[in-house]
Design a protein around this ligand. Structure first.
Ligand code: NI
Length: 226
């Protein structure tokens, strides 16, 4: 599933995150790349233990925590602490698949990357290029969202970031392990949850809405690894 989550950050949070990370100590992005992706990765990244990055991480995690749409789509079990990257002056990240398992250096925690996410922090008109291009069976999808919006996509997909030829593309990115490992099962649950939501909005909490909510939870119980 490829999903945009609009306005994950509000204007104040976006301004705070931007001011925190803009002046922080940027380093070569190859620090967190696997051996294959290191060959095609050309960008800057904030070190994981950077003080400003950690405050910005907290703001992003709190925003994820209150987003019902994010919860319904991702069913997060563990979230890798968000990282920040920057592309400018032709920087790009060639086609790759994200590593299946990530170990967080500071905590030693290991997560399986079921979903990848990018939170855009720069307005799209402030830079040229920098589209996140995600391949699936229906072709290539170029994603370039307004600042504060997030895109969620399967970590199994081939993806790349096009060269940034003007301005600076600032973003936050992370991976997560889902309670429901299989993308098809997770998508079905998301569709059912959205359908029940529309039914309740139109007709209230009638008998049918209660029955379908029960089915949602029983499918989740069957498929989730908590
Ligand atoms: Ni990637």
């Amino acid at each position: 599933m490829l999903l945009a989550i609009p306005d994950l950050l509000d204007a104040d949070e976006l301004a705070r995150v931007r001011s925190l990370v803009e002046t922080a100590g940027w380093a070569d992005g190859r620090a967190t790349a696997g051996t294959q992706s290191a060959q095609v990765k050309r960008n800057l990244q904030l070190p994981e233990l950077d003080v400003a990055a950690r405050e910005a991480q907290g703001i992003v995690l709190a925003a994820l925590d209150r987003s019902a749409l994010f919860f319904s789509a991702a069913l997060p079990r563990r979230i890798y602490p968000p990282l920040f990257n920057r592309y400018e002056g032709g920087m790009h990240f060639g086609s790759h698949v994200d590593n299946a398992i990530r170990t967080h250096a500071a905590s030693g925690q290991r997560i399986r990357t079921d979903l990848s996410a990018t939170l855009f922090l720069a307005e799209p008109e402030s830079y040229d290029g920098g589209e996140l291009v995600i391949d699936d069976t229906y072709g290539s999808h170029a994603v370039k969202l307004p600042a504060g919006h997030l895109v969620l996509y399967p970590a199994t997909s081939l993806h790349r970031v096009e060269p940034v030829t003007r301005g600076s593309r600032l973003a936050c990115f992370f991976w997560l392990e889902s309670l429901v490992r299989d993308d098809g099962e997770r998508t079905l649950l998301f569709d059912l949850d959205a359908g029940v939501g529309r039914l309740r909005q139109a007709h209230g909490d009638g008998e049918i809405a209660v029955a379908l909510t029960g089915i949602y939870h029983n499918l989740l119980r069957r498929w989730a690894v908590a």
